[in-house]
Design a protein around this ligand. Structure first.
Ligand SMILES: [Zn+2]
Length: 554
């Protein structure tokens, strides 16, 4: 409910904007009209066809995807690409299959862990064997160093060679005024910050010189059950094949179940719940447990080259980049029946959107002031690897890259009144999205499940981590002309039945008119940034603002 004076301000703003908006609409019309349901569908049908075999990196599916997307970039007339004259950036990857063994000596007891019921373990180090003998186990609470909150779980303790036992999620600090809620001023309340993600935990452990990091799994703060940990770490996993063979990573990264963690701590003569409670304060210090860890991992390593595909429209030497991952889960021959993970929504639809946005930009006269890049990334499903590689080896300087606008999945259920903003007001880009949505007569809503950390699970996060402001919008759920519960039903059904399943296929009942609306919005935001006076900025309090400021000062 808005108050009277808020309405007055909005009306007055709307009146002065009217003329400018009409002019903008006229200027953008030919570009917006280039984005159509049929245009999206034509690309999706090809990328998600059985012939592309689910687009796993390093397979025939990659060859076909690289060729199709590059050919489209050429056809669209994109003159920029890799400065070496191609539309591809080689991304060295390694597939790793691990066979781990793990045990603890706790007090005078030995705990042998069963794989994968009790634990999973692997290494990002590209070595055939990892062997850790009798490494001291230290409980480090949530394992977080967050200077903006004055939080440091490690204090001055030397952790070289140690095995760190860590809790998943952000420290859940209660609000002192209402202990039933989390304090909004620290770790963003119930929303997940990067400090809550497992990737962060392993990174900080490596920075502290630890040998191994073991995360205690708990379903609610992790946002997924043990089954997901077990199946995702049990198969071949992928890493960047860096020149140092990832020797700067911890030797072993592991998850154990909550039951095993409780047993381990109890066998050391301590109480898990008491330790956990002590970890929810700034005063926490690492606790050395009376335990040693033995970890042995045999690794089968397969090195190969994958590719990001990049094209662009030449303007000034400042850049806006659109990203969508082309890769998906490939073909699983052990399955009965359908073996191909076609990934029609995830993410043939995002790549199709990026290609349509590229075509739309080509229709602008005059063209945008700044250069606009379009990139289909590899290895997203394996851990945002293509985006990470680009952020570490950018083809165009990141300090001159104003924004990354990422697309991962579109709405196939018709036009919506709303639109969800996964990046959730982190930067000025979210404001631009809100304004563009309003011009379409729609409303932008904040991320409905910030505790799941969706922001950190899409390619744009690698750009954010490098300092570049990012935008990632998710589908709305208020479908126009349908009962109020329809959109949520459809979304829940997709997540439960088709997400990361062979049945994520082109469906003849799709209505891509809503996808077109969303893609037009993202086009418009990019257009605004490409012509704006200033660079979009992170909002105060964002964990990426300091990085961006340092980078722009150089
Ligand atoms: Zn995806």
């Amino acid at each position: 409910m808005k108050t009277g004076w808020q309405f007055a301000i909005i009306l007055c703003f709307a009146a002065t904007q009217l003329f400018a908006d009409d002019e903008l609409a006229l200027r953008l019309q030919p570009a917006l009209e280039a984005i159509t349901p049929d245009g999206l569908l034509a690309h999706i049908k090809i990328l998600a066809s059985d012939e592309f075999e689910g687009r796993a990196p390093g397979t025939k599916g990659e060859e076909l995807s690289v060729k199709y997307i590059s050919d489209q970039f050429k056809k669209i007339g994109l003159k920029l690409g890799n400065p070496d004259g191609t539309y591809t950036q080689e991304v060295p990857l390694a597939g790793i299959k691990s066979e781990p063994q793990m045990s603890f000596i706790a007090g005078d007891k030995t705990i042998d862990l069963k794989y994968p019921d009790d634990f999973v373990a692997s290494s990002a180090r590209l070595q055939p064997e990892i062997k850790i003998d009798r490494s001291d186990v230290v409980f480090v609470g949530y394992g977080v160093v967050a200077p903006e909150y004055g939080w440091d779980d490690y204090k001055d303790v030397d952790l070289h060679g140690k095995t760190l036992l860590m809790l998943i999620g952000d420290p859940p600090v209660a609000d002192s005024k209402d202990p039933s809620k989390l304090d909004e001023k620290i770790f963003k309340g119930k929303a997940m910050t990067y400090y809550g993600r497992w990737t962060y935990k392993y990174e900080i452990a490596a920075q502290k010189g630890a040998t191994a990091a073991i995360i205690v799994h708990e379903t609610q703060p992790a946002a997924y059950p043990w089954q997901v940990v077990r199946s995702s770490w049990g198969k071949e996993n992928f890493e960047l094949d860096n020149p140092n063979k990832n020797m700067d990573a911890v030797s072993a990264r592991s998850w154990i179940t909550l039951d095993i963690a409780k047993k381990l701590v109890a066998d050391c003569g301590q109480n898990f719940d008491a330790l956990k409670k002590s970890a929810i304060t700034k005063d926490f210090r690492p606790v050395t447990l009376n335990a040693k860890a033995n970890i042995q991992i045999k690794q089968q390593i397969r090195e190969f080259k994958s590719h990001n595909i990049i094209g662009g429209l030449k303007g000034s030497d400042e850049y806006i980049i659109y990203t969508a991952h082309w890769d998906h889960l490939g073909r699983h021959p052990e399955l009965q029946g359908d073996q191909i993970f076609n990934g029609a929504i995830d993410n043939a639809s995002g790549v199709a959107s990026v290609m349509q946005i590229a075509a739309a930009f080509m229709k602008l006269n005059p063209p945008p002031k700044r250069s606009v890049l379009f990139m289909a990334t590899t290895g997203e499903e394996a851990g945002l690897l293509g985006a990470k590689f680009y952020a570490e080896h950018p083809l165009y300087p990141l300090e001159k890259t104003l924004a990354d606008i990422n697309i991962d999945g579109v709405n196939p259920w018709g036009k919506t009144h709303d639109l969800e903003d996964l990046t959730n007001g982190n930067s000025a880009l979210d404001d631009l999205l809100g304004q563009a949505a309003a011009r379409q007569g729609r409303v932008m809503k904040p991320n409905s499940e910030p505790e799941k950390g969706g922001f950190y699970r899409v390619d744009s996060f690698e750009f954010a981590k490098a300092g570049v402001p990012v935008l990632h919008a998710a589908r709305g759920i208020e479908i126009i002309g349908k009962p109020p519960e329809y959109g949520k039903q459809k979304r829940d059904e997709f997540v439960a039945k088709h997400y990361h399943q062979p049945s994520d296929e082109v469906d003849p009942t799709w209505d891509l008119s809503g996808a077109v609306q969303d893609v037009q919005l993202l086009f418009e935001v990019g257009y605004q940034v490409a012509n704006a006076e200033n660079f979009p900025e992170w909002k105060p309090g964002s964990e990426f603002k300091a990085k961006r400021n340092a980078m722009l000062k150089k």
